[in-house]
Structure formats: C-alpha cells, structure tokens
Design a protein around this ligand. Structure first.
Ligand code: COS
Length: 385
C-alpha cells in the first residue's frame, strides 16, 4: 500500500527503521529479560533528532506533527514495544506543555526535550484513578508563591528515568473534574521521590514506577494553563497521543507478521513448507488485512489531527481501540502460526504477544475508548435531531 508519504516522512521512517534494526533488535530480548530501560537507544534516537519530531522548529524540534510521530513509533514498535513505549511516553508527557503551556514554559522546557537532554513523563493515574480519571486524589495547595503537592501517582511510564513530570492534581475538590490542575514537576525537587519499579508482563524495557509527593513545593509558575483546567489538559493530551498507541499496535502487528512468515516459509511439515497449507495462508492473509486496515485508520486519524481539527476525541479513540485490538489478535495468531516455536523465547513473537496486551489497557482501556466513541455518536445524533 502506498500512503503517499512525503520525502521527509519517508526519511523519518527510514531513520527510525535503521535504529530499530541496528540498535533495538540485537538487544530487545536482553532488555526484556533484565527489565532494563533503553538509555543508549534513547540517546541514539535523540542524536537522530527523533525525540523532537512533533516539537515546533522555534523550540528546536523538527516541526512535524502526529503522522510523522506515528510513523516513527510504528517502526520502533516493530522491533520492541518496550522501547517505543519509553519513546512515546516522552511525547505524552510533553503534550500538556506543548498544547497548554505558556510561552515561558515552552521556552524553558521544549528545547531540552527536543534535543533529548531531558526525558518526560505524564502523571495522571493513581491507585483509585484509572479509568475514572477524575478520581485523582493528589492535591496541590497554593502557599505563597508555591504549590505544595501531596499524593502518590501509580504506574507512571518513564518514572524515575524522566527529568520532567507533567502532573494532574486537585486544587479544589468541591469542583469535581473542574477542580483539577496540571503542573510541571522537575526530578530532584525536594519532597518528590519514586516508589518501586513495577515487574511487568511485557514492555519490560520501559520503566514504570510510582511518583510520591510529600509536601513537594514547586514554583507557582509551574502551573500549566489555569487552575481548574487540569482535566481538560489531560483529556486533550490523551486525544493527541492515543493515535500513537494505535501506531504501536500497527508496528507490533507488522513485526509479528514478518517473523511468522519468515518462520513458516522454512518450517517443513508433511513434506512441505507450512506456507503451502491453506489454513496457514488464510491466517496470514487475515493478519495482514487487519494490520493494513489498522494502519490506514491510524494514518488517516493522524492526518485529521494534523489538519487542525478541533474535536478529535472520537477519531483518536477509534484508532487506538481498533489498531490495538488488531495487535493483540495478530500477535496471538503469529504465535499460533509458529506453533511450539512461537511459544519459545528463542523467537520474538512470544514477547510481541506479551507486549501487545498493554496496548489494550494503557492510555485508557479499549472499553473506555468505546465509551468515548459511543457517547460522541449519541451526542451527535442528539444534535442532529
Ligand atoms: N476534550 C475536552 N474536554 C473534555 C474531553 C476531551 N476529550 N473529555 C471530557 N471533557 C470535558 C467534558 O466536556 C466535561 O466538561 P464540563 O465539566 O464542562 O461538562 C469534563 O471534561 C468532564 O467530562 P466527563 O463528565 O465526560 O468526565 P468523566 O469523569 O465521565 O470521564 C472519561 C470521561 C471516562 C472519558 C475519562 O475519564 C477518561 O478518558 N478516562 C480514561 C483515562 C485514561 O486514559 N487513563 C489512562 C492513564 S493516562 S496514560
């Protein structure tokens, strides 16, 4: 399929592909086994300018948008979703500043983020605020010129590794979702520490930790947008980044197909390669058709976002849920095509299947995505009545 990519988009794709093949594939099993953050790979991505793809040129980025970011994420995900999660979570953490930050905040933070000198994480989730994002308990109280943060964030990607954290905390509990606010907290601030690193089923090359705020004082200038805007900042951030999770799904699905077909071509049973059996052919055909449909949706939603469309919630939720459901199915089928070998750690597809599972869960479960889609459909139908 030709997606009519520009020369620059092809260049970004080829650059990400080269890093994936040369730097990620050789170490992905070790990173997975050792639960190890890919610091060297993040440095290589920074050197290739890929950490600033979506950051405007005036702040040192490449000045591209969602589609270019999705293309890079897809290539990295073909090799390892753990690495692509560390990479994409950096963008997730940056969006609150990019979309809602003041000029001063953008000038202060974006150039270092674009250059890969500082890594970023997004802190919304808590023990009692997962799908129910407005259930955040962490508080931020203004005291003179500082906000004082108290509470614990859970399952934060890039936790401990990132230098900059965009955090959602409650400034006025009586106002419900309208009482949340967004803040920038830097690593090393007194009263800000990290809890345990999680031991996960998949994406083990990414770091997932708690963030603990204990009377953590930050300058009041670190408030993003206005008090009470935190829930909107979080939702707009997720609207922008969920398509990237879809791109992760496309990448891991394609990676699994490539492995499965390579194996099946040389696997002989009943005197012939298993690719000569229609049962296997039909599985491969379905896997590729579903992945191509997911890619087409992800690219067109990214283009829709990049067109400057105002309300992209439904579209980005659809891209995320469809592509990641496809990723789970396709990676599971890749293991099936490879049979016993697919189940063994000697081949990468068992890892791909473990990695794919989180895509249906993080940045909003696929059940939440269906809620977003359905509620938006109903709203539209009510308007048209
Ligand atoms: N863009 C702008 N505004 C939005 C919005 C969006 N995408 N989604 C909701 N809002 C606004 C609503 O319009 C509403 O505004 P008003 O107070 O003016 O009416 C406000 O935010 C509250 O919205 P709503 O009542 O729909 O909030 P809910 O608590 O019902 O939550 C869901 C909505 C479930 C969609 C939200 O909590 C969610 O996305 N949950 C998943 C969170 C998630 O992805 N977690 C993963 C961890 S982060 S990596």
């Amino acid at each position: 399929m030709d997606y009519l990519l520009t020369e620059e988009q092809i260049m970004i794709r080829d650059l990400a592909r080269q890093i994936a093949v040369e730097k990620i594939v050789p170490v992905r099993a070790e990173l997975d086994e050792q639960n190890k953050f890919p610091s060297d790979i993040m440095k290589a991505l920074a050197q290739a300018d890929l950490l600033g793809i979506y950051i405007p040129e005036e702040y040192g980025g490449l000045g591209k948008k969602s589609l270019e970011l999705c293309i890079a994420v897809e290539e990295l995900s073909k090799a390892c979703v753990g690495v692509s999660t560390s990479y994409a979570a950096n963008a997730l953490g940056t969006y609150p500043i990019l979309l809602h930050g003041s000029d001063e905040q953008k000038k202060k933070y974006l150039p270092n983020i674009a250059a890969g000198k500082k890594l970023v994480a997004f802190g919304l989730t808590e023990a009692n605020a997962g799908s129910d994002a407005s259930g955040v308990q962490t508080t931020a109280k203004l005291d003179g010129n500082e906000y004082v943060l108290n509470g614990t964030k859970q399952w934060i990607t890039n936790g401990g590794e990132a230098d900059i954290y965009t955090i959602i905390a409650i400034t006025d509990r009586s106002k419900g979702p309208r009482g949340a606010s967004a803040f920038i907290v830097e690593k090393g601030t007194s009263g800000f520490t990290f809890g345990k690193k999680e031991n996960k089923m998949g994406i083990r090359a990414s770091s997932t930790t708690e963030l603990i705020f204990n009377n953590c004082r930050i300058p009041k200038e670190n408030l993003i947008a206005k008090e009470g805007m935190g829930f909107i900042v979080a939702m707009k951030t997720l609207d922008s980044s969920r398509t990237g999770v879809g791109a992760q799904g496309v990448g891991v699905a394609q990676g699994a197909i490539d492995e499965a077909i390579k194996f099946a071509k040389q696997r002989v049973q009943f005197g012939q390669p298993v690719t000569s059996f229609q049962a296997v052919q039909h599985m491969l055909a379905d896997m590729q058709t579903q992945t191509e449909a997911a890619r087409a949706l992800v690219y067109s939603v990214a283009r829709f976002i990049d067109s400057g469309a105002k309300d992209v919630s439904r579209a980005s939720a659809m891209a995320k849920l469809f592509a990641t459901d496809v990723a789970m199915k396709v990676t599971t089928d890749a293991v099936q095509v490879m049979g016993g070998s697919g189940y063994m750690k000697e081949y990468p597809v068992e890892k791909m299947m473990r990695d794919a599972k989180i895509l249906q869960i993080y940045e909003g479960t696929n059940q939440i995505q269906r809620n977003v889609v359905a509620l938006d459909m109903i709203k539209e139908a009510t308007r048209q009545k």
